[in-house]
Design a binder for this molecule. Structure first.
Ligand code: GRF
Length: 225
């Protein structure tokens, strides 16, 4: 079934662009019906327009606006679109509880760390500072707990001794560009459920067998990929 997906962004939008490309090529059976940016002029908005997303909205907070008021306005925009899934793709605000509760189990975020390690900002730098040997990215269901909801997918790479923030971020971002579309496709296939606070992925086709997706080597693709 073709899912209606609303995507919230704040910046560059490379994850949104990758999702839109996977949809265009047919590897994800979804339609991005709405893109909302809290930042006017975000690059992500250009990407959305370029791909013909029907509703591309800038919803900037008013000066001194309370986050509850902003989230009410956001919720009204989202409700108007009736999405099956809400995706946070580099959305830099905390999503209000009312918004999370309006789409139970249907809000997904992508984060550049192997959660539950290195939540919050500057996750790649946190990983480097901690001297970890593996790093990566995660998609998870959004709950009131920041970056703490049930993990859906993860992929990991080895950290090289000479990795810098730039080199490691680049390798992780390339994985993000697969992990997010893959996660959306799992929702399209109706394969994501939750039980006991964890996300469960039902058996089904994997992307690991796909030769058309240009999967980078040297990557550990976790269960569900
Ligand atoms: C990504 O690293 C994502 O994991 C994080 O914010 C970044 C957004 O990048 N939440 P982009 O805007 O998709 O290029």
């Amino acid at each position: 079934m073709t899912l209606r997906v609303a995507v919230l962004v704040s910046g560059r939008g490379s994850n949104l662009a990758s999702l839109l490309e996977h949809i265009r090529k047919g590897s994800v059976q979804a339609k991005v019906t709405l893109v909302v940016s809290d930042k006017p002029g975000a690059e992500a908005l250009d990407s959305a327009r370029h791909h013909g997303v029907p509703a591309v909205v800038t919803l900037a907070p008013e000066p001194d606006e309370k986050s509850s008021s902003y989230n009410d306005r956001l919720l009204a925009v989202l409700r108007g679109d009736k999405p099956d899934l809400v995706v946070l793709a580099g959305y830099m605000r905390i999503l209000g509880k009312a918004v999370v509760d309006a789409f139970p189990g249907r809000v997904v975020n992508i984060h550049p760390s192997l959660l539950p390690a290195f939540k919050g900002l500057r996750a790649v730098q946190q990983a480097l500072d901690a001297g970890v040997r593996f790093a990566g990215c995660s998609t998870h269901l959004v709950t009131a707990d920041l970056d703490g909801g049930p993990i859906v997918l993860q992929a990991a790479v080895a950290v090289k001794p000479d990795d810098t923030h730039e080199t490691l971020s680049r390798r992780i971002l390339r994985l993000e560009h697969l992990l997010l579309p893959r996660t959306v496709q799992l929702f399209c296939e109706g394969r994501v459920a939750t039980a006991d606070g964890r996300a469960i992925i039902a058996p089904g086709p994997s992307w690991l067998q796909r030769t058309d997706l240009d999967l980078p080597s040297g990557v550990l693709y976790g269960h569900g990929f």
